[in-house]
Design a protein around this ligand. Structure first.
Ligand SMILES: [Zn+2]
Length: 270
């Protein structure tokens, strides 16, 4: 067996968690990531079946039995992932209609996956319905997006249009826009279901007064989505209290659509 800490999916996960912490998005034990692994990429790194122990998930996820996820641990700090990946991360395989998670590696101190795992798994299911190649769900607390939910209308069209207007590249990076959930109790199946429903139409879902969920085909894409939306929110907070003299018009947005071959969400541009 090769050293799993040298597997590309593992080094990418460690770098991403470290980078998210460095961006200030994951204070204390804030944030969580899950990445769907395909069995072929774990070959040579993981002995299958090799079940270390089994943890009840507290939810049902029909159709996902046998799916393997690399996921961050509950109560664990992103800043520590790079120093002890085996304690702060784990690899689990879903079984028994998703009601059980078989630990294949990690959570070495007896820990378990993030308390937001229900929201992650439901979001994976929802995203894969829209994009079968989706593999990553990422949650964090970027300061500017979070601040924006205190002062900006939470209407999804209005919120999205404001972000698109803040940087030229926004509509190119997230033409599907940003969906928004009002404040809800986190760690519950209810917020998981609500997030998953929002994930069917956009890869970014803001949790008001809490943070954001992102989805993508790999860690870079998902990180980049959140990074771009967060940059736009930063610009918004720099200018929202000033008289606005210029903006990116809808006509200019249409030029961006043509130039970059993207289609803005239906009804979001005039
Ligand atoms: Zn959170």
């Amino acid at each position: 067996m090769k050293d799993i800490l040298t597997a590309p999916f593992m080094t990418e996960m460690i770098r991403t968690a470290t980078n998210m912490y460095a961006h200030g998005w994951d204070e204390r034990n804030g944030g969580n990531i899950s990445m769907l692994l395909d069995e072929a990429e774990t070959a040579g790194y993981l002995a299958i079946p090799g079940i270390v122990r089994t943890i009840p998930t507290g939810f049902e996820a029909p159709g996902l039995d046998g799916k393997i996820f690399l996921v961050t641990g509950t109560g664990k700090y992103f800043k520590n992932v790079q120093y002890d990946p085996a304690k702060n991360l784990g690899i689990v395989r879903l079984a028994e209609n998703g009601t059980e998670a078989e630990v294949l590696w990690g959570f070495s101190d007896g820990g378990r996956f993030t308390s937001e795992f229900p929201a992650h798994v439901m979001s994976h299911i929802a995203r894969m319905r829209t994009d079968p190649l989706n593999r990553v769900i990422m949650h964090c607390h970027p300061g500017n997006l979070l601040a924006m939910t205190y002062v900006h209308d939470l209407d999804e069209r209005a919120f999205t249009r404001t972000l698109w207007q803040m940087c030229t590249e926004c509509i190119v990076v997230f033409p599907d826009g940003v969906n928004v959930l009002p404040w809800m109790l986190c760690g519950t199946n209810e917020i998981g279901e609500a997030t998953a429903e929002k994930m069917e139409t956009a890869r970014l879902v803001v949790w008001a007064q809490h943070g954001i969920y992102g989805a993508g085909r790999d860690l870079d894409e998902t990180f980049g989505l959140i990074e771009t939306a967060e940059k736009a929110a930063e610009i918004y907070l720099k200018i929202a209290h000033l008289p606005i003299k210029n903006t990116i018009t809808d006509d200019e947005m249409h030029l961006l659509e043509t130039r970059f071959g993207v289609k803005a969400r239906d009804g979001y541009l005039d």
